[in-house]
Write a protein that binds this ligand. Structure first.
Ligand code: AMP
Length: 113
């Protein structure tokens, strides 16, 4: 499949890795929108979050658990951070492999643009 994030997870396209295990891969965003901007992706291909099914609940919980671990390890847990999933056109999704943005290192605004 011609998916850029599948290739990143397989090491076929270079990335700045933050974390990896059997299920997920995390790396720095190429165009950071905050001082810390990490993408956490499942290794299995899902085009959007709409493809998540009942059997995937453990995977999604694992992604949030690892997001917390990364936040704590990098020391921005106390000040705070934001986790974002964009879905389809109106959600601002541009890469169609499910990914969770982990943003930190500056004050976030609400509502987001
Ligand atoms: P989204 O708009 O939610 O689909 O987010 C896609 C994100 O992927 C954007 O923040 C891009 O900057 C990021 N991105 C695209 N290509 C790469 C790449 N090769 N390495 C790291 N991040 C990327």
């Amino acid at each position: 499949m011609d998916c850029i994030f599948c290739k990143i997870a397989k090491g076929q396209i270079p990335s700045k890795k933050v974390y990896e295990d059997d299920l997920i891969y995390a790396f720095h965003d190429i165009a950071p929108q905050a001082p810390v901007h990490i993408l956490i992706i499942p290794k299995k291909h899902y085009s959007t979050i709409l493809e998540i099914e009942n059997d995937d609940k453990e995977l999604i919980g694992h992604i949030f658990f690892i997001a917390n671990k990364i936040a704590k390890d990098m020391g921005f847990n106390e000040k705070g951070f934001r986790i974002v999933v964009n879905c389809n056109r109106d959600g601002g999704q541009t890469v169609f492999h499910l990914h969770f943005h982990l943003l930190a290192g500056r004050m976030m605004h609400w509502p987001p643009g």
